[in-house]
Design a binder for this molecule. Structure first.
Ligand SMILES: [Zn+2]
Length: 83
C-alpha cells in the first residue's frame, strides 16, 4: 500500500504559512475520456505524483512514459481555492 495519507499530513504542515490561494488541479478526464478522477494541490510535483499513481492503479499503466508525464503536466490547470 502507498502511504499517501501520511504524505498529505506532512504537506499540509509545510504549506500552512500563507500562500494557500492558488491551487493546481488535474482532471483525469482531460486525458482519459470518461474518467472522473481529479486531484488538486498547491504543488505541481504532488499532483504529478498522485496522477502517476492513479494511472498505475486505475488505468493499468505499468510504465509511465515521458509522453505521459508531459500529457499530464500540460493538463494541470491553476484554480482559485474557494475557501
Ligand atoms: Zn483516471
Amino acid at each position: 500500500m502507498q502511504p499517501s495519507r501520511d504524505y498529505d499530513v506532512i504537506v499540509l504542515h509545510q504549506t500552512s504559512n500563507g500562500e494557500g490561494d492558488i491551487m493546481k488541479e488535474f482532471q483525469c478526464g482531460s486525458l482519459v475520456p470518461g474518467c472522473d478522477w481529479h486531484t488538486r494541490h498547491e504543488e505541481e510535483a504532488e499532483i504529478m505524483r498522485r496522477a502517476v499513481e492513479h494511472m498505475r492503479e486505475t488505468h493499468g499503466e505499468e510504465i509511465i512514459r515521458e509522453t505521459m508525464i508531459e500529457a499530464i503536466r500540460s493538463r494541470i490547470e491553476k484554480v482559485r481555492n474557494a475557501a
